[in-house]
Design a protein around this ligand. Sequence first.
Ligand code: NAP
Length: 271
Amino acid sequence: MPHVEVAPQVFLPLLGYGTYRLEEEQCFEMVYHALTIGVRHIDTAERYRNHRAVGAALRESGVPRREVFLTTKLWWNHLLREQVGAHARKFLEELGVDYLDLLLVHWPNRTVPFQETFSALEALREEGIIRAYGVSNFTAHHLEDVQALGFRPVVNQIEIHPTFRQEALVAWCRERGVEPVAHSPFARGSDLARYELRDIARRMNATPAQAVLAWFRWKEIPVIFGTQRIALLEENLASLALPLDVTLLREIDALPTHVRQVNPPYADFDY
Ligand SMILES: NC(=O)c1ccc[n+]([C@@H]2O[C@H](COP(=O)([O-])OP(=O)(O)OC[C@H]3O[C@@H](n4cnc5c(N)ncnc54)[C@H](OP(=O)(O)O)[C@@H]3O)[C@@H](O)[C@H]2O)c1
């Protein structure tokens, strides 16, 4: 599995499986299958309420813990110092693991001083409970504030897809040593229905989802996709075998950009 090194010896796979909307038995089945066919990054979150099913799938799969990159996220109202530590330990217990590869702050919350949240994350990293920490849905401005305090979140997991490419934020993150990771890479499915993308995919001898995933691989942006269907999990993983036809992939960069898909009331994108 191709990967990027987000911190010394911390290798984040370029293709990952997201577990949003998956619960209980279905979550177990999908994550178990993902691991058995070779997916090596599993993305979950406190908010998805599926840690136990993810952990059970991880154990049952027989894939050694060190071969799987496990990301989870702290919800935005659990960012006080004592909450960060207590929740991280609870996540370990729920997942049945003794470390997390990456712990993200799911959404920025400026009512809690960044100093407080990030010093707690740094302490967890020093303890070895988490291998790295990062953020999600942060703007450059939030990240600037965090970095000004001396903290170094290694990832910003943000919405990126063909019709919402966030080129400026991706470039900013890379210049500042923060790895952009794409969530919602298919615009929650809506990009896959676009006729331009279907046409590009047809000329690549690929499905629209595979064309999108090849586009991310070409850009070297790690990506986390979602599906509730085993056949689509397999189809998406097979995108790794697609040759990168740069002429066709560039056409994806010329698609019109639209608005965000993920913009809940607690988002802070105007900061
Ligand atoms: N950090 C954050 O705030 C945040 C926010 C949103 C998402 N995420 C992460 O990103 C992951 C992915 O996001 P998402 O699932 O919301 O959106 P997505 O990956 O953009 O799209 C998922 C949709 O695409 C469909 N799909 C997947 N593969 C397909 C294929 N090969 N052909 C046709 N349709 C296909 C799925 O269908 P079916 O479900 O019917 O299979 C589903 O409707 C989440 O699971 C989560 O881990 C993070």
